[in-house]
Design a protein around this ligand. Structure first.
Ligand code: 5GP
Ligand code: MN
Ligand code: MN
Length: 470
């Protein structure tokens, strides 16, 4: 594979073999150390029918199922462009939500341990079933799959204003519950309002530094303010939908005349029965993930109100595993595209009509978790943003879970977090080592590269005070 450095933050994979477009990788040489396997995935994605402009990779790229995590690919719907479940990932609409408390750190510092204890007890998590909401039955699940956060708010779990600060107003249109199979429903029923495991978390943070005061003010955050960041997705329901639809597409790909270099890239045209079925089910899972984050916000709000008498306002909620039908300029004309973002965050620029009025002047908030021991970031979309207005989604893994668990001692990690004043409430300390800061790339380098590549700009840095981990 020929990787050509075009400028400081941009590399190009020269098309060869069946590649229809080049690969474009936004990163630095350092961030690409050990990225060989994931760069092959960027090249593989470039072979997909209907792909336009380039197969993109963000600075937090690492290996994923079929597509790399940190990958963006758009296909032209009117040219037989495909949709691929692997381009969304198993945790459909996994994403991040940030809430801002109406106080500075000093005001909650004496109550922090208590807040963390309440969250520890009240946030359902782990791999199995359990959730804050026991649904009345399959009918309510269907309402939730259509209504997302909106349904949760209508049922009393949040405020109307929350919806204005959610991507898509809290619910993706065109969810088709009929395309969600029985096993997926069964798994979904018992997990509404739960964190899941491993990389998912609820973290109490402090705004350590603001780089753009005006934008931060519009977003609703200020230096030293306390925030709560929630990272979770669509649990077993999303996972099962991905499994089911990959299998369905794998069976009919040949009939559609599609050949892919890796079976994990299973896909069919957006405009095919299987493509439409997947997108309908995917939208349902996306709504499940949003309702999930809405319900967990309710848990955080109750803990803050009860222990500290404080309120939490939603800054934004955005997913980083999703395919969306969007219109973008390609070769000077507007095209309807299916934009896959997998481990990549939509970053709409200032003035974008889909942004709520109060955010339109400054651009979309982009929420980037880093690690439980270092930092996380708030970014904003920029005019002319590359990769169909997308940017990174996190620090990105450097070590596999297995490698991290082998190399890092849970006792040492526990001591280190304690020393740094981070109140950790893990489900298990052993499991926590898989998520240790050194298992991830340097999030500061990742966001600097994202900004340097013209994908976004940095608004604020947040540091952890306490973390509830799955
Ligand atoms: P993913 O969606 O790929 O599973 O994870 C997104 C990002 O979350 C990771 O790349 C990592 O940077 C970040 N992350 C994982 N665990 C934690 C945590 O406990 N706290 C924070 N702030 N970030 C985390
Ligand atoms: Mn996830
Ligand atoms: Mn995620």
């Amino acid at each position: 594979m020929e990787l050509v450095q075009e400028d400081r933050y941009r590399f190009r994979i020269v098309p060869e073999g069946d590649m229809r477009v080049p690969g474009v990788v936004f990163a630095t040489r350092d961030l690409l150390a050990d990225a060989e396997k994931s760069l092959t995935q960027v090249a593989d994605v470039a072979t997909l029918p209907g792909i336009v402009t380039a197969s993109y990779a963000m600075p937090d790229i690492h290996w994923g199922y079929g597509f790399p995590i940190g990958g963006v690919a758009a296909t032209a719907i009117d040219e037989g462009g495909v949709v691929s479940p692997g381009g969304v990932g198993f945790d459909i609409s996994c994403g991040v939500r940030l809430l801002a408390a109406d106080c500075a750190r000093a005001e909650v510092a004496p109550m922090l341990e208590k807040i963390m204890d309440v969250l520890d007890r009240s946030v359902p998590r782990g791999a199995g079933p359990g959730g804050v909401w026991r649904l009345t039955g399959p009918r309510q699940l269907e309402r939730l799959l259509r209504g997302g956060s909106r349904h949760a708010v209508e049922e009393g779990h949040g405020e109307e204003r929350d919806l204005a600060r959610c991507e898509d107003g809290g619910a993706v249109p065109d969810a088709d519950a009929d395309q969600v199979g029985p096993r997926a429903r069964e798994r979904g029923l018992g997990q509404v309002g739960s964190l899941g495991s491993a990389n998912h978390f609820m973290e109490v943070q402090r705004v350590a530094e603001v780089y753009d005061r005006h934008t931060a003010e519009v977003f609703g955050i200020a230096e030293d303010q306390v925030c709560v960041m929630i990272h979770c997705g669509s649990r077993g329901l999303g996972h099962q939908i991905c499994t089911d639809h990959v299998r369905a597409m794998d069976k009919v790909m040949a009939r559609h005349g599609i050949r892919v270099p890796d079976r994990q890239l299973a896909c069919t045209p957006v405009d095919s029965p299987e493509g439409r079925a997947y997108l309908g089910a995917m939208a349902a899972a996306a709504n499940y993930a949003r309702a999930n984050r809405q319900l967990l916000s309710d848990v955080a709000r109750r803990a803050f109100a009860r222990v500290a008498g404080r309120r939490l306002s939603l800054v934004y909620d955005v997913s980083h595993n999703l395919a969306k039908i969007e219109t973008h300029q390609v070769d000077g004309r507007p095209r309807r595209l299916c934009v896959h973002r997998k481990g990549a965050t939509r970053a709409f620029p200032p003035g974008h009509p889909d942004l709520p009025e109060d955010l339109r002047e400054v651009g979309q908030p982009v929420l980037i978790p880093g690690t439980m021991g270092t930092a996380s970031y708030v970014l904003a979309g920029v005019a002319g943003g590359g990769a169909f207005f997308s940017t990174c989604h996190g620090a990105g893994r450097r070590m596999s879970r297995h490698e991290a668990a082998r190399k890092i001692s849970s006792r040492e990690l526990r001591n280190r977090l304690e020393r740094d004043g981070i109140a950790a409430r893990p489900l298990s300390w052993r499991g926590l080592t898989e998520e240790a800061p050194e298992a991830y790339k340097d999030v500061g380098e990742v966001v600097a590269a994202s900004e340097g590549a013209g994908l976004c700009r940095i608004v604020a840095r947040l540091v952890p005070l306490g973390v509830v981990k799955g």
